[in-house]
Design a binder for this molecule. Structure first.
Ligand SMILES: [Mg+2]
Length: 172
């Protein structure tokens, strides 16, 4: 049985929009953070001052459509479905674990959360043929190298990822 894993930040939870609004930054700064997969260190320091930042994130506008497709793998194809999320690289947001689980309980309570725990550990969850939906390029590259199928989501063009995922679902 294969598994489809869905990333949280940048895929279903709108971390970058929330960060831009809180930090009072421009769209260009948000786009750069999306490309690079993280905000600059000094900005991160400000985000860290909000201990429940992860609990309060809004959903992305395409989150429900991603989840609906992922449930299709589970319900139509008999796959397992989990979220696969990461904690900050220095493990410096102690509420992060519980807040992410609480967030999922509120929005998608039928899906459990697996933690990398770090971003570069995500690849170790991969068995050949498993699917990862993630916005960070290093994660999708490492996932493919581990024998999985990865779909990269870019918040600027989510339609491409949705189409890719839909095509994959039809092929399984
Ligand atoms: Mg992400």
């Amino acid at each position: 049985m294969n598994t489809i894993y869905i990333d949280m930040d940048g895929v279903v939870a709108d971390f970058n929009r929330a960060a831009r609004e809180y930090l009072n930054k421009r769209y260009a700064d948000q786009a750069r953070a999306e490309q690079q997969g993280r905000w600059p260190e000094h900005e991160w320091g400000k985000i860290r001052e909000l201990p429940h930042f992860y609990r309060d994130l809004p959903k992305t506008h395409f989150a429900d459509r991603i989840i609906e497709l992922a449930r299709g793998f589970r319900d139509k194809k008999g796959w397992q479905l989990y979220m696969l999320t990461a904690i900050p690289k220095n493990n410096d947001m102690p509420h992060c674990f519980h807040d992410k689980i609480d967030w999922m309980q509120e929005y998608y309570p039928d899906i459990r959360v697996h933690f990398g725990p770090y971003s570069h550990d995500k690849q170790h969850h991969c068995r050949p043929g498993d699917i990862l939906v993630d916005d960070r390029e290093s994660n999708t590259n490492e996932w493919r190298a581990a024998g999985g199928i990865a779909v990269r989501v870019l918040a600027s063009e989510p339609e491409r990822a949705l189409a890719e995922l839909e095509a994959l679902l039809l092929k399984q």
